[in-house]
Design a protein around this ligand. Structure first.
Ligand code: ZN
Length: 309
């Protein structure tokens, strides 16, 4: 994939906590299923999602804002300051992350109100870190993989996850659509948070549980964005992401496949302590990503209404 070199990047919602030193996992850490020995990316990609289901079970959003959570503690190393244009995004994985965030933000700030009447909240952030970080959902240690914390509306990315696992395994910053796909999936959880969808999750176990439907819906939302990112033209007739090939998409979906069982935090406040989680079959995840890509509507992504997943 390739970004439109002329695209202007906005780093306002990007933060990097750097190497905090907090919660450094003294050899413990969280095991990655399958380990690295198995070869390939299978089993080494772990996407971690934090969903404060219990917090949201009563419906609606907690407190109506993130005002009760102190985001000022987010330090910033200035990691993204140099990211100005799509050209930068083509040269740097960090700037590519900014470009994808910008695209997700632009897409959903239109699509969410247009399609649902729900206001798009501008408070969300993407925060990268190394080793460990304190979040509104508790502290996360190294290598937990990406997750979304509803409490502070932030997508957290341990970038060593991408550096060590995705980029090296998949061949550098051009490792394709994998990280954008992951970001788009996590962003899908943010949309669900704004829509109050997380409060609909009543059943946690089994392939047709609400929890699986929530995950498949996030895949569908990722597909919605992917379609727009590759087809929506700016005033000069350029799209943000060009050269997104079928292979790129397949690679991303293979990554999702490799995730297999995801891990999830069921309640806010405690340390991040992932547990095994059924995420839907690979076949279902592909299907729902493609549904979002093809149909492009929240309605089409209503995995809760679908009889067969
Ligand atoms: Zn998820």
């Amino acid at each position: 994939m390739r970004f439109n070199p002329k695209a202007r990047l906005n780093t306002r919602r990007m933060g990097d906590a750097g190497r905090s030193g907090a919660s450094r996992s003294a050899g413990g850490g969280i095991p990655i299923p399958g380990g690295l020995a198995g070869g390939g990316i299978g089993g080494v990609i772990v996407i971690v999602i934090i969903v404060a289901i219990s917090m949201l079970a009563g419906g609606g959003l907690p407190g109506g804002s993130s005002g009760d959570y102190d985001t000022s503690r987010m330090s910033d190393t200035g990691r993204y300051e140099g990211c100005k244009t799509g050209e930068d995004a083509n040269k740097s994985a960090d700037c590519a992350r900014v470009a994808v965030e910008n695209s997700l933000y632009d897409y959903w700030s239109d699509a969410l109100p247009d399609q649902s009447g729900t206001a798009f909240e501008a408070e969300q952030k993407v925060e990268t870190f190394t080793d460990g970080i304190g979040t509104g959902c508790g502290s996360a240690t190294a290598a937990v993989g990406p997750f979304y914390c509803p409490t502070d509306r932030t997508i957290y990315l341990d970038t060593t996850f991408f550096d060590d696992v995705l980029e090296k395994q998949l061949g550098g910053p051009d490792g394709g659509f994998v990280e954008p796909y992951v970001l788009a999936h996590e962003y899908g959880h943010h949309i669900q948070n704004l829509l109050g969808t997380m409060g609909r999750v009543k059943t946690q176990q089994g392939p047709k549980s609400d929890a699986v439907r929530l995950e498949l819906q996030a895949d569908c939302y990722a597909g919605m964005w992917a379609k727009a990112a590759t087809s929506t033209q700016d005033e000069d007739g350029n799209v943000l992401i060009t050269e997104l090939t079928d292979d790129d998409i397949q690679q991303a979906i293979d990554a999702a496949t490799a995730v297999g069982d995801d891990r999830i935090q069921e309640s806010a406040g405690g340390d991040v302590d992932p547990e095994s989680w059924t995420h839907g079959s690979a076949k279902s995840r592909v299907k729902w990503f493609q549904t979002g890509f093809t149909e492009g509507t929240l309605e089409a992504c209503d995995t809760f209404a679908a009889g067969a997943l």
